[in-house]
Ligand binder design. Sequence first.
Ligand code: C2E
Ligand code: MG
Ligand code: MG
Ligand code: MG
Length: 281
Amino acid sequence: ASKAKGRGMFQYFEAGMNEAAQQRLLLENALRLAIEQEEFRLYYQPKADCSLRVIGAEALVRWQRPGFGMIPPDRFIALAEETALIIPLGTWILKTACLQAKLWADKQPGFRTAINLSPRQLLADDFIAVLDRILAETGTKPEWIELEVTENLIMLDVEKATRRLRQVRERGIHVAMDDFGTGYSSLSCLQKLPLQTLKIDRSFIQAYTGDPASKEAAFIKTIVSLGEILKMTVVAEGVETESQLALLRSYGCHLIQGYYLSPPLPADEFQRRWLDQAMDN
Ligand code: C2E
Ligand code: MG
Ligand code: MG
Ligand code: MG
């Protein structure tokens, strides 16, 4: 019911609506307004090889909500997805990240910016048209960006997801499977989908506490090998410690991302720290 009535500025609470539902409705309205008023910002977290040379970034959205501070995506992306607000928000994210990707690829050849996509965004009828329009309008070359998708996508509609990802791939855009190992995608899906990158979910990295003979280490090793067999670039997320990095390096994991190297940063700070400095060296 809330969805149908959510179009206008005014929203009436139904009698008997519980507090959680009311909160949700308030948040939905605030989100709708925030999209119109562009209260979102993209932060960027570096991706580096195991020698800590930065080769790209991942764009991560934050909601700068007046009076509430900075709201992390885990608090609003799911609602945006349920209410289809992810469509306008996702378009803004795509465009903003493409503009940034272009600037950074100009500064550092080969630099690639990854952008997270919600399932609903990718499966929308006009997604490819929107993507093509944004690439053209921003002057972004396909090789400057990568799109990150999650295993949920496959659960929703594997046929359609495969077709869409092929269209993305035909344009020369890399596709990454994000949070790998936490969802329900089968190994056969992983083999069939046109993916170039496998991102090991951070829960696997964080479970490793320093014993290379542990089953946690073996798990990570297995996922890295799986990526190699599939000829994918393997990225470890959530690397926080030297010992995690050392393990990943010993397994030949290609790329790392995590607080050990850097948290996500505003674009100007990212550039100062990871692009301008690297060029001075
Ligand atoms: P994700 O795509 O898997 O992004 C990685 C998350 O892990 C980010 O959280 C990042 O800040 C966090 N992280 C990075 N390194 C570390 C670390 O060393 N330790 C720990 N504990 N965490 C680390 P964030 O920015 O809060 O984003 C959470 C999720 O929200 C993302 O997970 C992604 O699924 C979603 N998201 C973020 N931005 C977007 C977006 O622009 N569009 C869509 N559709 N989803 C987004
Ligand atoms: Mg991601
Ligand atoms: Mg992830
Ligand atoms: Mg995640």
